[in-house]
Structures are given as structure tokens and as C-alpha cells.
Write a protein that binds this ligand. Structure first.
Ligand SMILES: [Zn+2]
Length: 90
């Protein structure tokens, strides 16, 4: 058994799609992690106890519930990170 924040999985699932549609976004490893961390700070954590095998349906229902919030949070995070990516001097 373990405790897991499903919101992390949902953000990672969406991250590359949202970066791909946002021309200002840098898709390097560092920026992707910065964007994911920031987006997770905007979203409510969703902790669940997981047992192997029964996780998928829960992720699916959470995904539908939070889909728009997740995309909004990632887009917001991209705007912030794009202003000052860590691999640039600013
Ligand atoms: Zn970058």
C-alpha cells in the first residue's frame, strides 16, 4: 500500500500536450519540471491510498473532473516560467 497524489500523474499526462500547443513554452527538461511543479502548486492535491491494480478507474474519473483545471494550471505555469526560464539569465 502507498499514499499517492494522483494530481501529479494527471499533470504529467497533460504537460507535453499543453507545452506543444503553447509556442512560448520551452520544452527542455528543466522547464518541464518547473512548469509541472508550479502547476501542482495551483491545483488541489488528491491523495489516495493505492493498491496495485485498482488505480486506473480512479485516475480516469479524476481526470474528467479536473481536466479543465489541470490545463488552466499548466497554461498559467507556462506563462510564468516563460518569463524567466532558469536556463536564461534574468
Ligand atoms: Zn527551458
Amino acid at each position: 500500500m502507498q499514499i499517492k497524489n494522483y494530481m501529479e500523474d494527471l499533470v504529467w499526462q497533460r504537460l507535453d500536450d499543453v507545452i506543444a500547443t503553447n509556442t512560448r513554452a520551452c520544452g527542455c527538461e528543466k522547464c518541464r519540471y518547473d512548469i509541472a511543479a508550479l502547476a501542482l502548486n495551483f491545483l488541489p492535491p488528491r491523495y489516495t491510498v493505492t493498491d496495485q491494480g485498482e488505480t486506473y478507474t480512479r485516475i480516469k474519473s479524476l481526470e474528467q473532473q479536473f481536466n479543465i483545471d489541470i490545463i488552466t494550471a499548466i497554461t498559467h505555469a507556462i506563462q510564468i516560467v516563460s518569463k524567466c526560464p532558469h536556463h536564461n539569465e534574468c
